[in-house]
Design a protein around this ligand. Sequence first.
Ligand SMILES: [Zn+2]
Length: 366
Amino acid sequence: MRGRAQRRGPDAGDDFWSWRGQMYEVARSLTPESIRAISRVAFRELRLAGVRTVGEFHYVHHQPGGAPYAQRTLLADAVIQAAKDEGLRIALLRVAYHRAGPGRPAEPDQLRFCDPSVDDVLRDVDALRTRYADDPDVRIGLAPHSVRAVPPSWLAELHDYARAHALPFHMHVAEQEREVLECVTETGQRPVELLADRGVLDARFVAVHATQLLPHEAKLLGAAEAFACICPTTERDLGDGLPDLTALRDAGVRLCTGIDSHVVTDPFEELRALETHERLRTHRRVTFQPIAESPSAQLWREGSTLGALACGFADAAGEVVLDRAHPSLALVEEPYLLDAIVFGGGPGLVLASSSGSLTAHAQRAT
Ligand SMILES: [Zn+2]
């Protein structure tokens, strides 16, 4: 899709939903072989950009038409293997998907993502947990896709399972205004209100995107010590809008970032966009009081340690070695090195990445 999705579609009014139609076309065409090959390319690009840990929001599970493969987790295994082939740690976030939206059964192109019941979802999660229990580089998580694609009645049971096994629990939350409106129509509650009401918010909950939240929803996430995974380059590519990061930070929500659609694979850009997009939204500069010693140190921590935590890993393993002699850093004074890396750096700085990660060791840049 890279490149191809940047042309105008046949109908006027390209938006998130027309992009999604293009994405579904690609998803429909995937085979176990091609999903592994494509995943390897994506993971290689991440590794070369300095990433060591990927959380894969994985939702192509079944054959076109929706029939399970004889080996039910064939595609999840292909993605995990691709990450291992490229030397990445992976949290395979097994997505639960059931419907097109409230009162609407799954569309034909969504059948590959769908399971008839919670039991089918958990059977696969059980199998994956058992298979990778002894692999320190693999975590299995549970990811109800969204309040749109998963009925409210599924949430508590999925969350009970995740809590019982201490699994990361990721959901798309309020990426699009339409999701919020449909949720209010179905339940009388906005998405985060519903999630709080169903008891699924806790310190392992990760709200992906969190674009269309009201301040009181940020407070509900913060009170639960939940994460928000902001995906700035994808959100701006899709025209999602700008999340209110000031409200999220003020509420104590832990932030991390996602590459998401791989429209750009540049973790440095994701980190600085947490702050630079907020500047565009608020018409101010340096929009938050850092908990860490500087805004850059805090952003770096959000992109490394907090990202790893959100994926169920205890820490951001390894380190990344950056090129101090690179022209973009050559004239930078030592005390401001990390600031220059976060606000002006890119994958071209990464010298060693096979065992590297975006950890707080950039000061060791050689
Ligand atoms: Zn997304």
